[in-house]
Design a protein around this ligand. Structure first.
Ligand SMILES: [Zn+2]
Length: 391
């Protein structure tokens, strides 16, 4: 989307937020939705990175993964002011199961991927406001210094864009041309191109793309993104000791339905074992990478001793609903932007109440996928021993 069009859309949202606020329509829509999901709202929020300075970080990182510490803090304060009670995932599960009655609407704060900036910038805010949270970490990345495939590919795509570099497609994985061509033609943003590639390709193919593009770009340290490291075990232990729940997010950050079932099972069981061994406490919550899951995976998670798993389906959670396909709302910096490009409590309120999507007939992206079979055509690249990563 061009910048002008984007600003227009933002202005329309901000104007609508004001009208909805003054007419009371926002409250009416919110309470109608609340009735449909059993009277209580269990809102689960999904964050990724929390940075000191959004404007600086967005120059080099995937925008949709970023929120500034200040915006994050204001979002939590707005939630509390609108009556949400913050619960841990374990307590929220009791509400969803109908075993615990909540005073009002409840909210669970979650972070995917275990970026170090969550420890540095979100953890102090959570402590200050007394808000519980879950951090879902890919166990193979903790303390490793390695960057995620999504961040590495994004960085490489940005280099292709700025250098105007057209790679030799024959030397790349077959699917690469289908996203790199539209990227260089300006039809896809770098973030959309990363999404398009990783939502179709297993971790082994992603690594081959990184290697092959890196070789064509001449190698060198500038091909690795600067930020985006994952926290270490000591930082994770400190958060766990302070009451933050630590959930599993596979070992190698891989989109499970794209992998063979054997690899997927290993990712689930090994991540749980590693987190429990390192943190000395049970690990019972799981987040699907990219939000994608399958019926087989739900069964494996339950058998492995997990109690919940979260998707990125932006739908209401219902009392009595399936704890292994919990719905979440993804938040980032621009979720809350008002007319003048600064934080707007009204826009935040409308977004949290799904008012824009209700009025605009917004489309929800569903995460249920078929599971790749035990002898999938790509299994040679996905040996269980490797820590090859997807997103
Ligand atoms: Zn993730």
């Amino acid at each position: 989307m061009g910048k002008g069009k984007w600003i227009l859309r933002r202005a329309a949202k901000a104007a609508a937020a004001n009208v909805l606020h003054y007419t009371g329509l926002r409250r009416a829509i919110a309470s109608a939705r609340r009735l449909r999901c059993g009277g209580r709202r269990v809102l689960i929020l999904s964050y990724h990175r929390v940075v000191e300075d959004f404007t600086g970080a967005v120059q080099t990182s995937i925008p949709g993964l970023l929120v500034s510490r200040e915006t994050f803090r204001r979002q939590l304060l707005d939630l509390r002011a609108s009556g949400y009670e913050f619960l841990s995932m374990s307590d929220a599960l009791e509400v969803i199961a109908g075993r615990r009655r909540a005073q009002g609407d409840v909210c669970v704060v979650t972070f995917d991927d275990g970026y170090r900036d969550v420890y540095l910038n979100a953890f102090p805010v959570l402590k200050e406001l007394g808000v519980p949270a879950v951090v879902y970490v890919p166990s193979g990345y903790v303390g490793s210094g390695r960057r995620f495939n999504h961040d590495r590919i994004y960085h490489l795509f940005r280099i292709l864009q700025t250098r105007g570099f057209r790679p030799v497609y024959e030397a790349l994985p077959a699917a690469a041309a289908g996203v790199v061509e539209p990227l260089l033609a300006g039809q896809l943003t770098a973030a959309a191109a990363v999404d398009a590639f990783l939502s179709e390709q297993p971790g082994g193919i992603a690594l081959r793309l990184i290697e092959a593009l890196g070789a064509q770009l001449g190698g060198g340290p500038e091909l690795l993104p600067e930020g985006g490291e994952v926290m270490g075990w000591d930082e994770l232990r400190e958060m766990a000791d302070a009451g933050i729940e630590v959930g599993a997010h596979t070992v190698s950050h891989t989109v499970l339905p794209l992998e063979s079932q054997e690899q997927a099972e290993w990712e689930i069981r090994a991540s749980k074992a590693q987190l429990e061994q390192q943190l000395g406490r049970p690990c019972v919550h799981f987040a699907y990478c990219n939000g994608w899951y399958s019926e087989e995976l739900v069964r494996v998670l339950a058998q492995a001793g997990f109690r919940s798993a979260v998707t990125t389906e932006d739908l209401p959670n219902r009392v009595g609903g399936d704890p292994f396909t919990l719905k979440r709302k993804v938040l980032w910096e621009n979720f809350s932007l008002g007319f003048d490009g600064t934080y707007s409590s009204r826009v935040t309120g409308c977004q949290l109440d799904d008012v824009f999507s209700t009025l605009g007939g917004g489309r929800v992206v569903l995460g249920r996928k078929p599971q790749r079979g035990p002898l999938g055509p790509l299994s040679p690249f996905t040996e269980p021993e490797t820590l090859a990563g997807g997103r």
